[in-house]
Design a protein. Sequence first.
Length: 284
Amino acid sequence: MTPPAPAAPLTVAAVQADSVPGDLAGNAVAAARLTGRAVAEGARVVVLPELFLPAYHPPTLAADPAGTDLAAAGDGTVDDARLDPLRAAARDGAAVVVVGAAVRHPDGRRTISALVVDRGGVAHAAYDKQQLWGDERALFQPGRCGATLLVDDWRFGLGICYDGCFPEHGRAAAADGAHGYLCPSGYLAGSAHRRDLYYAARALDNTMFVVFANAVDGADPWRFNGGAAVYDPQGRPLARGADTGEDVLVAVLDPAVLVDTRAEHSMLADLPADAGAARGALRG
């Protein structure tokens, strides 16, 4: 059964920012500052880039896992004093913060994760990236399952960067009743065409909102291209950042837009059971 549309609008923020390789404590302070800026503009959900807390910098992630990683407890919570400024910002602003982290699990797995800091200031290793890209496979293990984040009566699928390049990932979130898709990401300079296409497509494919956060700037070869955005359920940008420079993009998710779009564009309801799996062949 498809969950009903949310009862009230929700203000969200997609952040583009640079972080310092290996400086988890300093990056948590920066995340707290950016969260405060978003909250001041009315945001109640704030999404920051992939691996923002340790920084997306593979040489540092390989050399200093003890310094870059957060340890998850058996219940998925993360209790690390370096996160205290961010936890306080979420608690004081009554905001839910989604931020990229490197996480060590009790079974020894190391994952690229979406850390969710709830409105009470508790940090959770909520989702582990399922589709690893390139050299990430040498440092991390893929996540085992998807995840849906509940914020009041809004349902959000969680994805991380390369996950969003696979239509099936966004579709799985929509099939679980998602009204939106939250994607911390790290797109390198030179990938702006794909960056702007994938997440608009995931929005339209599934008639859901998409909140895309991205890293920005930095030094080659790890220079990122910003363009953080919030997309409506037809894939149109409600807000979009430039290709350089820190920014906080704030937009209102309107449930009436979700309802109207899904009534007019009924792809989710019309999806056939086999989705074209059975095929004929023709020789020309």
